[in-house]
Design a protein around this ligand. Structure first.
Ligand SMILES: *[C@@H]1O[C@H](CO)[C@@H](O)[C@H](O)[C@H]1NC(C)=O
Ligand SMILES: *[C@@H]1O[C@H](CO)[C@@H](O)[C@H](O)[C@H]1NC(C)=O
Length: 125
Protein backbone atom coordinates (compact mmCIF):
# COMPACT_ATOMS: atom_id res chain seq x y z
CA UNK A 1 0.00 0.00 0.00
CA UNK A 2 1.32 3.40 -0.98
CA UNK A 3 1.55 6.35 1.28
CA UNK A 4 -1.19 8.09 -0.63
CA UNK A 5 -3.60 5.16 -0.21
CA UNK A 6 -3.00 5.19 3.53
CA UNK A 7 -3.60 8.92 3.65
CA UNK A 8 -6.87 8.64 1.73
CA UNK A 9 -8.01 5.78 3.98
CA UNK A 10 -7.21 7.91 7.01
CA UNK A 11 -9.23 10.84 5.67
CA UNK A 12 -12.20 8.55 4.98
CA UNK A 13 -12.08 7.14 8.50
CA UNK A 14 -11.91 10.65 9.99
CA UNK A 15 -14.85 11.82 7.88
CA UNK A 16 -16.97 8.87 8.98
CA UNK A 17 -16.09 9.49 12.63
CA UNK A 18 -16.83 13.19 12.28
CA UNK A 19 -20.19 12.73 10.56
CA UNK A 20 -21.41 10.23 13.18
CA UNK A 21 -20.50 12.63 15.98
CA UNK A 22 -23.64 14.36 17.29
CA UNK A 23 -24.01 18.03 17.99
CA UNK A 24 -23.95 19.51 21.44
CA UNK A 25 -26.74 22.03 22.03
CA UNK A 26 -26.18 24.54 24.80
CA UNK A 27 -29.72 24.87 26.09
CA UNK A 28 -31.05 28.38 25.50
CA UNK A 29 -27.65 29.33 24.03
CA UNK A 30 -27.10 30.63 27.53
CA UNK A 31 -27.02 29.50 31.13
CA UNK A 32 -29.92 27.35 32.37
CA UNK A 33 -31.70 29.89 34.54
CA UNK A 34 -34.97 31.79 34.86
CA UNK A 35 -35.50 33.14 31.35
CA UNK A 36 -36.41 36.72 30.39
CA UNK A 37 -39.75 35.57 28.97
CA UNK A 38 -41.93 32.59 29.81
CA UNK A 39 -41.73 31.09 26.31
CA UNK A 40 -37.97 31.58 25.96
CA UNK A 41 -37.05 27.86 26.03
CA UNK A 42 -39.98 26.95 23.80
CA UNK A 43 -38.74 29.46 21.28
CA UNK A 44 -35.21 28.14 21.61
CA UNK A 45 -36.10 24.49 21.06
CA UNK A 46 -38.31 25.31 18.08
CA UNK A 47 -35.35 27.10 16.50
CA UNK A 48 -33.24 23.94 16.26
CA UNK A 49 -33.50 20.37 15.05
CA UNK A 50 -32.38 17.66 17.47
CA UNK A 51 -31.13 14.28 16.37
CA UNK A 52 -30.29 11.04 18.11
CA UNK A 53 -26.60 11.18 19.05
CA UNK A 54 -26.79 14.87 19.92
CA UNK A 55 -26.44 16.08 23.49
CA UNK A 56 -28.16 18.77 25.52
CA UNK A 57 -25.78 20.83 27.61
CA UNK A 58 -27.53 22.44 30.58
CA UNK A 59 -25.17 25.07 31.88
CA UNK A 60 -25.86 25.72 35.57
CA UNK A 61 -24.19 25.72 38.97
CA UNK A 62 -24.99 22.80 41.27
CA UNK A 63 -27.33 23.79 44.08
CA UNK A 64 -28.85 26.79 42.32
CA UNK A 65 -30.68 24.89 39.59
CA UNK A 66 -31.27 21.32 38.50
CA UNK A 67 -32.71 19.35 35.60
CA UNK A 68 -35.34 16.64 35.92
CA UNK A 69 -36.50 14.61 32.97
CA UNK A 70 -40.21 14.15 33.55
CA UNK A 71 -43.44 13.01 31.94
CA UNK A 72 -45.54 15.32 29.82
CA UNK A 73 -48.04 15.54 32.72
CA UNK A 74 -45.41 16.65 35.21
CA UNK A 75 -44.01 19.05 32.65
CA UNK A 76 -47.42 20.68 32.29
CA UNK A 77 -47.88 20.82 36.07
CA UNK A 78 -44.27 21.90 36.69
CA UNK A 79 -43.63 19.11 39.18
CA UNK A 80 -40.87 16.54 39.59
CA UNK A 81 -42.40 13.92 41.89
CA UNK A 82 -41.50 10.94 39.73
CA UNK A 83 -38.64 12.03 37.47
CA UNK A 84 -37.30 9.58 34.91
CA UNK A 85 -33.86 11.07 35.47
CA UNK A 86 -32.45 13.64 37.85
CA UNK A 87 -29.44 15.82 37.16
CA UNK A 88 -28.33 17.61 40.31
CA UNK A 89 -24.75 18.39 39.32
CA UNK A 90 -24.19 21.23 36.89
CA UNK A 91 -23.35 21.65 34.17
CA UNK A 92 -25.22 18.56 32.97
CA UNK A 93 -24.60 16.91 29.62
CA UNK A 94 -27.55 14.80 28.59
CA UNK A 95 -27.29 12.51 25.57
CA UNK A 96 -30.31 12.24 23.29
CA UNK A 97 -30.36 8.52 22.67
CA UNK A 98 -33.82 7.91 21.29
CA UNK A 99 -36.28 9.39 18.88
CA UNK A 100 -39.22 11.00 20.65
CA UNK A 101 -40.35 13.95 22.71
CA UNK A 102 -38.52 14.64 25.95
CA UNK A 103 -39.55 16.93 28.78
CA UNK A 104 -37.32 18.66 31.30
CA UNK A 105 -38.06 20.91 34.26
CA UNK A 106 -36.12 22.56 37.04
CA UNK A 107 -37.94 21.86 40.30
CA UNK A 108 -36.08 24.39 42.44
CA UNK A 109 -38.54 26.86 43.98
CA UNK A 110 -41.09 28.13 41.41
CA UNK A 111 -38.53 28.50 38.61
CA UNK A 112 -40.37 26.11 36.33
CA UNK A 113 -43.51 28.24 36.50
CA UNK A 114 -41.29 31.17 35.58
CA UNK A 115 -40.31 29.37 32.38
CA UNK A 116 -37.39 27.14 33.39
CA UNK A 117 -38.67 24.12 31.47
CA UNK A 118 -37.85 22.61 28.11
CA UNK A 119 -39.22 20.08 25.70
CA UNK A 120 -37.44 18.81 22.63
CA UNK A 121 -38.44 16.69 19.69
CA UNK A 122 -35.64 14.27 18.81
CA UNK A 123 -35.47 12.88 15.30
CA UNK A 124 -33.71 9.71 14.23
CA UNK A 125 -30.29 10.47 12.72
C1 LIG B 1 -35.90 32.86 19.73
O1 LIG B 1 -34.79 32.00 19.51
C2 LIG B 1 -33.84 32.47 18.57
C3 LIG B 1 -32.77 31.40 18.41
O2 LIG B 1 -32.21 31.02 19.63
C4 LIG B 1 -33.26 33.80 19.06
O3 LIG B 1 -32.37 34.32 18.10
C5 LIG B 1 -34.40 34.80 19.33
O4 LIG B 1 -33.86 35.98 19.89
C6 LIG B 1 -35.42 34.20 20.27
N1 LIG B 1 -36.56 35.09 20.49
C7 LIG B 1 -37.06 35.30 21.69
C8 LIG B 1 -38.27 36.18 21.76
O5 LIG B 1 -36.59 34.82 22.71
C1 LIG C 1 -37.42 17.94 43.28
O1 LIG C 1 -37.39 16.60 42.77
C2 LIG C 1 -36.66 15.72 43.59
C3 LIG C 1 -36.64 14.37 42.85
O2 LIG C 1 -37.96 13.89 42.68
C4 LIG C 1 -37.30 15.62 44.96
O3 LIG C 1 -36.52 14.78 45.78
C5 LIG C 1 -37.38 17.02 45.58
O4 LIG C 1 -38.07 16.95 46.78
C6 LIG C 1 -38.09 17.96 44.63
N1 LIG C 1 -38.06 19.32 45.19
C7 LIG C 1 -39.13 20.11 45.19
C8 LIG C 1 -38.90 21.48 45.74
O5 LIG C 1 -40.22 19.75 44.74
Amino acid sequence: MGRRTILIALVVVLLVLWSSEGLQHRVGDSIWSIPPTNNFYKNWSSSYIFHTGDTLYFDFDSGLYNVLQVSRGEFDMCTGYEPYKTFIDGPATIPLLMKGVFYYVCNVSNYCALGLKLWVIVEQT
